[in-house]
Design a protein around this ligand. Structure first.
Ligand code: GLN
Length: 534
């Protein structure tokens, strides 16, 4: 039988529930258990795909093509356990399923209500992780306890745990223990109140993970244990990490949170081996080969979460090369006027990530030109690749006004155009080319060299593509098409021969990079930046 852990968050948002859940999952996996994870988001969008990155941060894409919460990125990076569509549910999805069923006559004769119909649907979503191949399922509830919109989710997990019994499920609550500088004290009251809210709706957390910036003293732990009704050894300190999020599992392991969790669930405590993780964290904190600076030229730079997986993958590329990657975040619009080159000067590599819409495009194109002409390693991803192709069209092939039809429907040279399969698509939600698709690599290419194999699978999220009408012309001027869909129709990777390292791909390699196994393209890009640094 699959055992369940439900993770809630209290006091404030942004406590890193996703990181904590992922860290716990890593520890349980390393103790020999088969773990699956999922996130419940209480908002009403069916998925985050239609939200602006400023609202939501990055939209993560699973191999099976779900547009999902960025916490799934933490889950996959920490545990290596693949997420799928069933790893993320939103209130919108739940309501939409119930309402469609109502229209189909699935509830004939009944009044359709939040309880039991919505809560039943949520329980079904939790249950879909169950199975003989899963020992432990971790369900993280988004939002903060006390929010009106998360109530149906909390009620559903309360019922779920009641049905499976206390040995088969447990509640972990992540809370904040703030340090009040003026008083020089840590305060436990907000956590007590947050647990109070949970208890008033019938949820009694057994693990209390306390986010704090100062160490929790014995007296704080005892107080929290007493007033939150939690065993003292299950009041866990999760202090702000000094260097990297990858330290979190090590901190939690030191407090045996995994041991107590397994004991609570009546599971055998098998040995834990974290040696490779420890080695990785050490390499990250004290890299033997110093630092290298890389400029990320994006459209949504002010919000760090917008490019979460890209920044993480760069860090992984750094670990693989024994360097610390210092990221210089450059808002692409800043490259459109004034002394724009200053923003790129000195960077040993330029990365142009994905995005949508016209704003800042000319800045990205300039970044690609700068990197091409100055022989600075360049890595384009999705929109970043499209901009590199526009730049090459304009400035190498002499195609004045070369553009993507996303930005100029009447472009004289639509070198990037809407995919054929997208031309009839009207609805906006979940209709892009999504998820993992195979790609064949050209022999002798940089891509082939990086991956070390002929065929790869990468995740996509786009509507526009390289326009095949310009293939020959661009190849004749020195653009190598090094990755194609197996039917040869879609250009997936382009690169430049006469350049230290210029690779751009239509897919999102950042979603498959992990700290223990950096993505080959990120690894090679960072390597090229280190060579450039000298
Ligand atoms: N806007 C571009 C497209 O739809 C690029 C998308 C992306 O960068 N994810 O093709």
């Amino acid at each position: 039988m699959t055992k369940h852990i439900f993770v809630t968050g209290g006091v404030v948002s942004s406590l890193g529930k996703g990181l904590t859940s992922a860290s716990l999952a890593l520890l349980l996996k390393r103790r020999g258990y088969r773990v699956r994870m999922q996130k419940m988001d209480p908002y009403l969008n069916v998925d985050p795909g239609t939200m602006s990155p400023y609202q939501h941060g990055e939209v993560y894409v699973t191999a099976d093509g779900a547009e999902a919460d960025l916490d799934l990125g933490h889950y996959e990076r920490f545990t290596g356990i693949p997420c799928a569509r069933r790893s993320n549910f939103t209130a919108g999805q739940i309501y939409s399923a119930v309402l469609s069923r109502e229209r189909e006559g699935g509830y004939l004769g009944k009044t359709v209500q939040v309880i039991p119909h919505i809560t039943d649907e949520i329980k079904e979503a939790v249950r879909c992780l169950d199975g003989p191949e899963v020992d432990i399922a971790i369900t993280e509830i988004g939002g903060t306890v006390g929010d009106i919109e998360s109530l149906p989710f909390l009620e559903a997990i309360r019922q779920y745990r009641h049905e499976i019994g206390p040995r088969n499920g447990l509640f972990a609550h992540i809370t904040l223990v703030p340090y009040i500088r003026a008083a020089g004290e840590l305060k436990t009251k907000p956590s007590q109140q947050s647990v109070g809210i949970l208890r008033s709706i019938g949820i009694f957390p057994e693990i209390l993970v306390c986010r704090c910036e100062k160490p929790l003293g014995k007296e704080h732990k005892e107080k929290l244990a007493m007033f939150c009704n939690v065993e003292p050894n299950l009041v866990i300190e999760e202090r702000d990490v000094a260097h990297s999020i990858y330290e979190v599992p090590l901190d939690l392991a030191r407090q045996d949170v995994d041991v107590y969790t397994l004991e609570k669930l009546g599971l055998h405590v098998k040995p834990l081996d974290l040696e490779d993780w420890e080695t990785m964290v050490r390499a990250l904190i004290e890299p033997p080969n110093g630092e290298v600076e890389i400029a990320v030229v994006g459209k949504y730079i002010t919000l760090r979460d917008s490019y979460k997986s890209v920044y993480e993958a760069l860090t992984h590329g750094g670990i693989a090369n024994g360097v610390r990657v210092k990221i210089r975040m450059v808002e692409s619009e800043k490259l459109e006027s004034g002394a724009w080159e200053e923003h790129l000067a000195g960077a040993r590599g330029v990365l142009a990530p994905g995005g949508f819409g016209n704003r800042g495009i000319e800045g990205k194109i300039r970044a690609a030109r700068f990197a091409r002409e100055k022989k600075v390693p360049f890595f384009g991803i999705c929109l970043g690749m499209q901009c590199a192709v526009m730049e090459f069209g304009r400035n190498v092939c002499g195609l004045a006004g070369a553009n993507s039809t996303e930005f100029d429907e009447r472009a004289p040279h639509p070198v990037i155009d809407l995919m054929e399969s997208q031309k009839t698509v009207k609805e906006r939600g979940g209709t892009m080319r999504l998820g993992a698709w195979p790609c064949a690599l050209a022999p002798e290419s940089r891509a082939r060299h990086a991956y070390g194999q002929n065929e790869i699978s990468e995740r996509h999220r786009h509507r526009y593509e390289f326009n095949n009408k310009y293939r020959e012309q661009m190849e004749a001027r020195g653009l190598t098409i090094s990755g194609l869909s197996p039917d040869g129709k879609l250009v997936e990777i382009v690169e430049l021969k006469d350049h230290p390292w210029f690779v751009a791909c239509q897919f999102h390699p950042e979603f498959q990079s992990t700290p223990l196994d950096a993505h080959p393209l990120f690894r090679e890009f960072v390597r090229a930046a280190v060579v450039k640094r000298g």
